[in-house]
Design a protein around this ligand. Structure first.
Ligand SMILES: Cc1cc2nc3c(=O)[nH]c(=O)nc-3n(C[C@H](O)[C@H](O)[C@H](O)COP(=O)(O)O)c2cc1C
Length: 222
């Protein structure tokens, strides 16, 4: 069976650069025979979790149920089953995927609320998503790399990496960043345009390379 890629896209922008780079990954994955499922969070927003959702979570904790194929046992009342019906298609997409590719803007030092809402819906206590792998393509207006003045407030990639490793029990995601995207529009950053273009060029190439490597690794493992 061909490997499945789930692409979760969080940008509300038509001219999104995180999506443009993720699309390189998707194209390489498809060219090599991989299957692709896409979810655009800005076009199909995921609702925030409800009280009934938190009750499912409490039921699972109380009964020590952590296996992903048993999570539905936490939905017991009509309201809980209704909450389950909202999250089930989202979770099914994750379960069916070999690789989960997240393309996301930085919004206010962190991730957009649509991505946080998706994560809240699909995450349950002590769940383990191994052997799935995660890839993050992160675009941001400024520069947050090692040694930059804003490195300390980088809560986009650090958040996602810490979360996937800590909560899903998977290895840290492969990360591709596109920096200084605001240099296209902000006159104060115009002097950094060349740095942005280099960052975008490298990100596109890295996305192709990473997709090729992952499809290859999966073919060898099967
Ligand atoms: C609501 C909002 C908040 C933003 N916050 C930040 C920020 O904290 N730091 C930053 O460097 N860029 C910030 N930006 C700029 C975006 O990260 C940048 O435009 C990025 O390229 C968006 O990703 P996209 O091209 O995939 O849409 C923000 C943009 C928006 C719309």
């Amino acid at each position: 069976m061909s490997p499945t890629l789930l692409h979760i896209d969080a940008s509300p922008r038509r001219r999104s650069l995180s999506r443009a780079v993720a699309d390189e990954f998707v194209a390489e994955w498809s060219d090599r025979g991989g299957r692709v499922v896409r979810r655009r969070l800005a076009e199909q927003p995921v609702p925030h979790i409800t009280e009934a959702w938190t009750e499912i979570c409490d039921n699972l904790m109380a009964d020590q149920i952590t296996e992903i194929d048993r999570l539905r046992e936490g939905a017991r009342t009509p309201a809980q089953r209704q909450a389950w019906d909202v999250l089930a298609p989202l979770l099914d997409e994750v379960i069916a995927a070999d690789v989960i590719l997240i393309s996301t803007p930085m919004h206010n030092y962190s991730v957009p609320s649509n991505l946080k809402a998706w994560l809240d819906q699909i995450t349950f206590p002590r769940m383990n998503l191994q052997p799935r792998r995660f890839v993050v393509v992160a675009a941001r207006g400024g520069a947050y790399g090692p040694g930059t003045p804003k490195e300390r407030v980088e809560h986009q990639v650090t958040y996602l990496s810490d979360f996937f490793e800590g909560h899903f029990g998977v290895e840290r995601p492969a990360v591709i960043t596109v920096e200084l995207t605001n240099s296209i529009v902000d006159p104060l950053l115009a002097g950094r345009r060349a740095d942005h273009e280099r960052s975008l060029h490298d990100a596109r190439a890295r996305a192709r390379e990473l997709a090729a490597m992952m499809v290859h690794d999966m073919a060898v493992a099967r």
